[in-house]
Design a protein around this ligand. Structure first.
Ligand code: UDP
Ligand code: MG
Length: 286
């Protein structure tokens, strides 16, 4: 295997209890593949525990460790994006700090990159230590994405993946405050492949993805990467137009046959339905 510069991008939010073990495991990986040069780029996503100090101490001792401190907690996806913006290497790997993504799997990723793949996604096979709620909501999420037309998104792939600088440049060029990296990678193209790994339980602490953050991610995914919003708006606009036409016919019949309308009211209601439908329709096609 030829020598490469490898950068692990590690978002961290209150991960002080996992970090020493994470660092030990990635050092083991780097020792195994010592022909490469390694960088561990930690992105401290506004942690409130000892994470910032721990990371600064590691950086002071080990020149392979680099730390980005975000000014406040912006969420996993933005933290990863900050790392992707900053990293400079031949192979970039995004990996969680809680050891649910075993660092040893990076070895398989590197051999796939060596074979010429430009993006290697790690798909979750067995998932130990996850709650029933987490597994069910994850299944529901991928099912909804499929139904809504987000078919390019690979099911059960989180943000554990390796990629090359050309892909990094493409991902950087998508500037959006509502980052959903799984969608961006699915859209980016390039030679992609999937490897399957067993996801371990969290090494320490609790998930940093409570329900509200998961729901926000799902909303960003649905709005940004599926045809669902456009289809929903089109259906509502057609429905309103349909209602306005039915109402128009009914009102004309009432007016001419039964002479029973309040003056001005019919035209207002019909115009209201008609233009609301039109505005929504324009939104859908823009
Ligand atoms: N994380 C982050 N900012 C956040 C939430 C999470 O940087 O606001 C990091 C977290 O420290 C971990 C990774 O993103 O390294 C995945 O988070 P977590 O393990 O809590 O998610 P889960 O595996 O439960 O989906
Ligand atoms: Mg986790």
């Amino acid at each position: 295997m030829k020598s490469r510069r490898i950068c692990l991008i590690v978002p961290c939010f209150d991960e002080a209890d996992s970090l020493p073990e994470f660092y030990r495991r990635v050092c083991g990986l780097a020792d195994r593949f010592a022909e490469n040069s390694w960088e561990f780029l930690f992105v401290n996503d506004g942690s409130r525990d000892e994470t910032p100090h721990l990371l600064d101490d590691l950086a002071a001792q080990d020149p392979r460790v680099k730390v980005l401190h975000l000014a406040c907690n912006r969420g996993h996806q933005i933290a990863l994006m900050a790392g992707i913006d900053f990293a400079d290497a031949d192979v970039l790997v995004t990996i969680d700090a809680d050891l649910q993504d075993p660092p040893e799997v990076v070895a398989d990723m590197l051999s796939r990159i060596e074979q010429g793949f430009e993006v290697v996604h790690a798909q979750r096979g067995r998932r130990s230590g996850e709650t029933f709620f987490k597994l069910t909501t994850a299944r529901l999420f991928y099912l909804l994405m499929k139904c809504f037309g987000g078919g390019d998104i690979i099911p059960d792939c989180g943000d554990f993946r390796a990629f090359v600088p050309a892909v990094q440049r493409t991902i950087r060029s998508f500037r959006t405050p509502h980052v959903f990296l799984r969608g961006l990678f699915a859209q980016a193209g390039f030679r992609q492949c999937v490897i399957i790994y067993d996801r371990d339980p969290r090494f320490a602490g609790e998930t940093k993805y409570p329900f509200l953050k998961m729901a926000t991610l799902a909303l960003d995914a649905t709005l940004g990467f599926t045809a669902f919003p456009i289809r929903a708006i089109s259906c509502v606009s057609l429905l309103l137009w349909g209602i306005s036409l039915v109402y128009l016919v009914r009102s004309l019949v009432v007016h001419f046959v039964f002479h029973g309308t309040v003056q001005g009211w019919t035209s207002l209601i019909c115009l209201l339905f008609f233009f609301t439908g039109l505005i929504l329709f324009c939104m859908a096609i823009i």
